[in-house]
Design a protein around this ligand. Structure first.
Ligand SMILES: C[S@@+](CC[C@H](N)C(=O)[O-])C[C@H]1O[C@@H](n2cnc3c(N)ncnc32)[C@H](O)[C@@H]1O
Length: 224
């Protein structure tokens, strides 16, 4: 056990699994034991508690909304990248091309990124479509992007990324990004303006206003 980690009994692990399943629909396998210990120990210590049992007791009775949120944020898997599974974006382009030709809903376009993590998915949609169809700048085009994890939503809204995000992208795709005054890699304003980030739990009520022309919900339900 690393310094600072707290021991986790079978019973405590099972209480944590039930809790995250009830709150977020996330199903943790037994293989996630070490991950649970490493991600939650710091929170438990920060709260001045001595055990995971005491922590789950707190969450079940009387913890704050922020305590519940921190618990969920710690147990989500946020792996993502720009142009992940790029055939999906090719498919989207052909769908949008047909839509632009026929304008079935006037010049309105809505694409929901559900489970958007740190923003690479909705920003890829925005940058890719603006590059392929510049006329979309004159459309009522919006990309609402949601995730249960408030920490990733906050990162996504900044629209700033480390240079490592460019690796594996073609030079043409690398040119979709801009550099800020401090040299940081950033999403161009035109794409940033299309995307709005909000926290949303997909297993709760759905306040999203459709209709949507496309919904991206990728690599999310695999954890349910
Ligand atoms: C692996 S990431 C996928 C990101 C992106 N869609 C992609 O494919 O690259 C999964 C995301 O689903 C989110 N998630 C998990 N359970 C959720 C729930 N109940 N409601 C909304 N989002 C959830 C996680 O917080 C995480 O950011």
């Amino acid at each position: 056990m690393d310094h600072g980690e707290i021991s986790l009994s079978e019973r405590e692990f099972s209480r944590i699994k039930s809790r995250v399943y009830a709150v977020a629909g996330i199903s943790l396998s037994d293989a996630k034991r070490t991950l649970v210990i490493s991600r939650l120990s710091k929170i438990v210590r920060g709260l001045g508690l001595a055990s995971f049992d005491a922590y789950v007791d707190l969450l079940e009775r009387g913890g704050t909304a922020q305590d519940s949120q921190n618990f969920v944020n710690a147990l989500t898997t946020n792996l993502t990248r720009f142009y992940r599974e790029d055939h999906h974006f090719e498919h989207l382009r052909s769908h949008i091309s047909a839509l632009i030709a026929h304008k079935p809903r006037g010049m309105r376009l809505r694409i929901w990124s559900a489970g958007c993590s740190t923003g690479q998915e909705p920003y890829t949609i925005g940058m890719d479509l603006l590059a392929a169809f510049p006329e979309l700048k004159r459309w009522d085009f919006k990309i609402p992007a949601t995730d249960i994890d408030t920490a990733v939503i906050a990162k996504a809204a900044r629209g700033l990324y480390p240079d490592s995000e460019l690796s594996g992208l073609t030079p043409e795709r690398q040119r979709l990004f801009e550099r800020g005054e401090d040299g940081a890699l950033q999403i161009p304003a035109a794409a940033r303006e299309l995307v709005s980030f909000k926290p949303l739990n997909l297993i709760g009520p759905r306040p999203m206003k459709g209709p949507f022309d496309a919904i991206f919900c990728r690599n999310v339900a695999i954890y349910f």
